[in-house]
Design a protein around this ligand. Structure first.
Ligand code: NDP
Ligand code: GDR
Length: 344
């Protein structure tokens, strides 16, 4: 039986990857943090929390000794490092913690692999945030990096240390440069889920207005469930490498807002500019969207659009779900959750 370790199994990607690996017959070890309240709602929604081949183990990525013990006791042959302080906005307020978890955390796992069993295959969850300030479009594996947040800088360290351990010690380390990917399991602090959850609340009369920051940012948004398949394919390849996973389509936050309201039966008309911009319900004239500058970031990534051609060519991976369908899936899931009074 193949076995894998997933750090960050309580997050969006961790839950989908666990579901995929369990379906493929893996024994899965998933790490979660010791906190005052448990956070297994995603595993529960997917119906895998009690799976007989799933072991949940307490672990913090900042503790290098436990990384070594974890690999010794679990005996896994694949490690997927998905754990991170993954919210770009928070990384400006907590740059040190972000560096320790999101950056140096990857080193702890690579060192543990080097010490315990250098044949273990390693996946690092890299990000389009490493491209940051636009140097070229579409962005691909050889586009120069220019991160624009402490999160992006930390991820760049984790990316390069993965490449370095591949080249220095022959470790099978893959870096997946994934563009934004969303789903009904996305955390509510990220913009797509904040939008779909608030749209659902407005529809049900539980909220009045959706407050956002920069509506002009453009993102290449795909469906998370398809992206975890790409992670797995990277570790099954003949040679370790770096791959971009993206849809090659970019859309503004403003257009995603309009799509989400449309999925709930509203048509949005935009009026005003910059901080005065509002989104109005075309049927009633009511303001449904407004700008709150507290959601602006000190430095912004304006435009992301990725070219996944290498992953398609080498791994046979390609995105399938259209953004309109993904957005509708998220709005409908949030309407159901809000109707049931669920708050995650
Ligand atoms: P989430 O924020 O949903 O999940 C992050 C996970 O990391 C959670 O399980 C969290 O645990 C865990 N974690 C945080 N800090 C620590 C720590 N100190 N020790 C151990 N675990 C910790 O992220 P996603 O699932 O969306 O993303 C997965 C990975 O992919 C992340 O590394 C992210 O940066 C990266 N990425 C994501 C993209 C996306 O669009 N989703 C795009 C590109 C890269 P807890 O539940 O306890 O907080
Ligand atoms: P991002 O995702 O920073 O791209 O990082 P997020 O959804 O947080 O922001 C996307 C864009 O929307 C703008 N924005 C807002 N964002 C949030 N969160 N809240 C708001 O109210 C708001 N208003 C406008 C942001 O300024 C930004 O331009 C995500 C994370 O999953 C990272 O871990 C991952 O590496 C990258 O995607 C790829």
């Amino acid at each position: 039986m193949k076995s894998a370790l997933i750090t960050g199994i309580t997050g969006q990607d961790g839950a989908y990857l666990a579901e995929l690996l369990l379906a493929k017959g893996y024994k899965v070890f998933g790490t979660y943090r010791r906190t005052s309240s448990v956070n297994f709602w995603r595993l529960e929604e997917l119906g895998i929390a009690e799976h007989p081949h799933l072991s949940l183990v307490e672990f913090d990525l900042t503790d290098s000794g436990s990384a070594i013990r974890l690999l010794q006791t679990s005996g896994v042959t694949e490690v997927y490092n998905l754990a991170a302080q993954s919210f770009v906005g928070v990384s400006f307020d907590q740059p040190g913690t972000t560096a320790q978890i999101t950056g140096v955390g990857a080193l702890h796992l690579l060192e543990a692999i080097r010490i315990v069993n250098p044949a273990i295959r390693f996946y690092q969850a890299s990000t389009s945030e490493m491209f940051g300030k636009v140097q070229a479009v579409p962005q691909k594996e050889d586009t120069p990096f220019y991160p624009r947040s402490p999160y992006g800088v930390a991820k760049l360290y984790a990316h390069w240390i993965t490449v370095n351990y591949r080249e220095s010690y022959g470790i099978f380390g893959c870096s997946g440069i994934l563009f934004n990917h969303e789903s009904p399991l996305r955390g509510r602090e990220f913009v797509t889920r904040k939008i779909t959850d608030t749209v659902a609340k407005i529809k049900l009369g539980k909220a009045e207005v959706l407050e956002l920051g920069n509506l002009d940012a453009k993102r290449d948004w795909g469906f998370a469930k398809e992206y975890v398949e790409g992670m797995w394919r990277m570790l099954q390849a003949d040679v370790p490498d770096t791959f971009v996973l993206a849809t090659n389509r970019t859309v503004t936050v403003r257009d995603f807002v309009a799509l989400a309201f449309e999925a709930a039966g509203y048509t949005i008309r935009w009026e005003g500019e910059a901080e005065q911009e509002v989104g109005i319900d075309a049927a009633t004239g009511k303001t449904l969207v407004s700008i709150n500058p507290k959601f602006y970031r000190p430095a912004e990534v304006e435009l992301l659009i990725g070219d996944p051609a290498k992953a398609t060519r080498t791994l046979g991976w390609k995105p399938e779900t259209k953004l309109e369908d993904l957005c509708r899936m998220m709005v409908e899931a949030d309407i159901r959750r809000n109707e049931r009074g669920q708050s995650f």
